[in-house]
Design a protein around this ligand. Sequence first.
Ligand SMILES: *Cc1c(COP(=O)(O)O)cnc(C)c1O
Length: 355
Amino acid sequence: MKKKLFIPGPTEVLPEVLQAQTKPMFGHRMKEASVLGMSIINKLKKVLETDQYVIIWTGSGSLIMESSIRNSVKKGVLNTVCGSFSDRWHKMAKANGLPNGKIEVDWGKAIKPEMVNTELSSGKYDVLCLTHNETSTGVMNPTEDIADMVHDKYPDIFILVDAVSSLTGAPLDVNKFDVVLTSTQKCVALPPGLSFCSTSARFFERAETVQNRGLYTDFLQMKKYIDEREGQTPSTPALSLYNALDFQLDRILEEGMTNRYKRHADMAHRTRAWVEEHFEIFPEKGYESLTVTVGTNNKGVSIADLNKKLAEKGLAIANGYGKLKEQTFRIAHMGDLKLSDIDEVLGAIDEILGH
Ligand SMILES: *Cc1c(COP(=O)(O)O)cnc(C)c1O
């Protein structure tokens, strides 16, 4: 049975967006591939409000995370761990044999500019990795404030941002960073399989000086194909998803970014108020996410059973992530969901729990 998804990815995909994937196939070296590739890149620049490079990758967001550290870290990368996804940056640095260090806060807490300042003052780093929206805890980190501090005090440090569960759902000025990346199966509300990022001009200059960037993970190869083959990619991209993305970007631009951000904020505020009434908000006050609300399960409800009953009504929320399973629950409000969808799922939970 179909379930309407209130989970932080993959998110609910509209039938017309699914349908856009079914256009006839064409070759990835044909003119059609260039036209489509450039169309998406130009629309993404409008959506992200940037003149920086925009690169589309076939692979999930983790691919860009790994690519971006491989293309920039020489001296050392500072990771800022506040949950499971921010910890992924750290695991990747280690898996790639890159010199690294980390700041770690308790799950539910945010990373603050002062913490980053203290650690960067050691002079051990040339790259900083941030996670805008920590999906496992529902914390939205003060990412632009951290960037302002870094630009002021450490202008040579490159800043890479995982905005997988927030970009296009919550405002973020991508022009303040060297790489800001997202996957298509979260706020963009497409099936999984693609990811994209904004990239600063100086990031490419940096990559020129880095050895062992890999091949599929090489930013310079990706740029070369965009420049010399007009929007194409070194290897075969997921062209059906490109069609869906091109279609979805028209819808996003039609809605307008201001309206889109407001719709997400309205859904977040509605969900937060409901959680405050019946449970407790898990993340630190003042740092609550605009795209996924995490509640503390202080009533000892079985989240697994709740989800089984929701499934009978064609709905699904997410259990807590990893070690927070059953201790917390997560209600995502991202992508194409509307306030009426939020009312539907909250009403269904009220009915099941007898609120
Ligand atoms: C979902 C998610 C990821 C992983 O993205 P993939 O597209 O599955 O690679 C990384 N970071 C955050 C914050 C996420 O929410």
